[in-house]
Each structure stands twice: as C-alpha cells, then as structure tokens.
Design a protein around this ligand. Structure first.
Ligand SMILES: [Mg+2]
Length: 215
C-alpha cells in the first residue's frame, strides 16, 4: 500500500500564509479578493492553473515577474512566521509507516517551495527522494497525472494507493486516478461540507488518520 500526502494544508499549515501573500499580489494587479476568496477559488490548484484563472478574469497577462515576486514574498512569510507542520501529522506518518505502508508527497507546489516548507517543519528529510511536484507532469490537479506519476515512481498500482487531500481539486484528482481519497477537513478554514461532499471518507484530526488508512 502507498499513502500519498498532499503537502500544503495536509503536511504543512501553509495555506493561510500563502493565500495572504497571493491576495496581496492580486490586489496589486487590480483584483481585490480577500484571503478567504483567494482560498476558495485557487486553493489546491497548480500555479499554472491559478494564473490561467486570474488572467481570464483580468482579461490580460500578468506581469512577467509576477510569479517570481510572489514566490519570494511567500517563502519569506513562511520563514518569518515560522511555518508549522499540521498538528499531529508526524505521529500519523510514523504510525502509517509502522503498518508497513509506503509514503510519499505529491503537491501542486514546486520543489523549491517544498524544500522550504518541508524543510522548516522538519519533514523534508523523511520524504526525500519521494517528493513529487506537478511541475513534473503535463497537467496539475484536478487531473490525475501527478498522482499516477507518484504511484508509478513508487512502483504501486493506483488501486493500492490512498491519497490524503484537503482541497476539492486534489480529491477530484485522486478519484480520477482510481485511488482512494481521504479528505482532511480539520483546518480552521476548511469548507467541511464541500470536502465531505466530495469524498465518501473524511477526518478532522490527524490522530484519526492511521486507523482510517488501515480500514
Ligand atoms: Mg492542499
């Protein structure tokens, strides 16, 4: 069995900080979204897909340095906070690996970003070599490409994979890949109804994850 962890919102509590930076950058471009609005519309998507959505609404291209500047500001916010791991996730990974399951990470974010987020929270070393980014596949979530790439790289069949996700595009991607999705709805900002509606199985505390995976 392979358990595939999403990174942002599942391993690291990065979404409030990242979306605060994103909302600020969008305001500079004339799109006046609150942090909540930014989360609702863009969370869980690849950066490429976010840019397409925003450029569609603005009716023009974003500046060439938009993404680089946003990345610098976001990584600085992670270092300043500093970013924390999602409560209980390290113990949950320990318990899942003790059951004999393989684990890996599959994120819409880039490797540079994960090097910082997983590094700050002490999780990089335990997943090193098993960290996959949507930059490695043609299509990001909600398409299944990234999860299928992770399963293939880890020598596992899709039906033997469980995906831990906290966003709708991520849950859709897991289902499209023929994998078992488990929705984490424990974040304070989580839209519990939407996530529970998108996944038959959901949980609100990382303490509950190992037993759910084993079921
Ligand atoms: Mg996520």
């Amino acid at each position: 069995m392979l358990v595939i962890f999403d990174c942002d919102g599942v391993l690291v509590d990065s979404e409030p900080l990242a979306n605060t930076c994103f909302a600020r950058a969008l305001t500079r471009e004339g799109l006046d979204w609150s942090v909540e609005e930014t989360m609702r519309r863009l969370m869980g998507r690849s950066m490429k897909s976010c840019v397409e959505i925003v450029e569609g609404l603005l009716g023009r291209k974003l500046p060439d340095d938009f993404l680089d500047r946003l990345q610098v500001e976001t990584l600085q916010a992670f270092r300043d906070a500093p970013l924390k791991a999602v409560p209980g996730v390290a113990a949950a990974i320990d318990a899942i690996e003790a059951m004999g399951a393989k684990t890996c990470v599959a994120s819409s974010g880039g490797l540079d970003k994960m090097r910082v987020t997983l590094g700050i929270t002490g999780l990089w070393s335990r997943f090193e070599g098993r960290i996959f980014s949507s930059s490695e596949v043609p299509r990001g979530k909600p398409f299944p490409d990234l999860f299928l790439h992770a399963a293939l790289s880890m020598n596992e069949q899709p039906f033997a994979c469980t995906v831990i996700e906290d966003s709708l595009p991520g849950l859709q991607a897991a289902r499209a890949a023929g994998m078992r999705p488990l929705a984490y709805v424990g974040a304070p900002y989580a839209d519990r109804d939407a996530l529970a509606g998108a996944s038959r199985e959901w949980f609100d505390d990382m303490k509950k994850l190992p037993a759910l995976v084993a079921r």
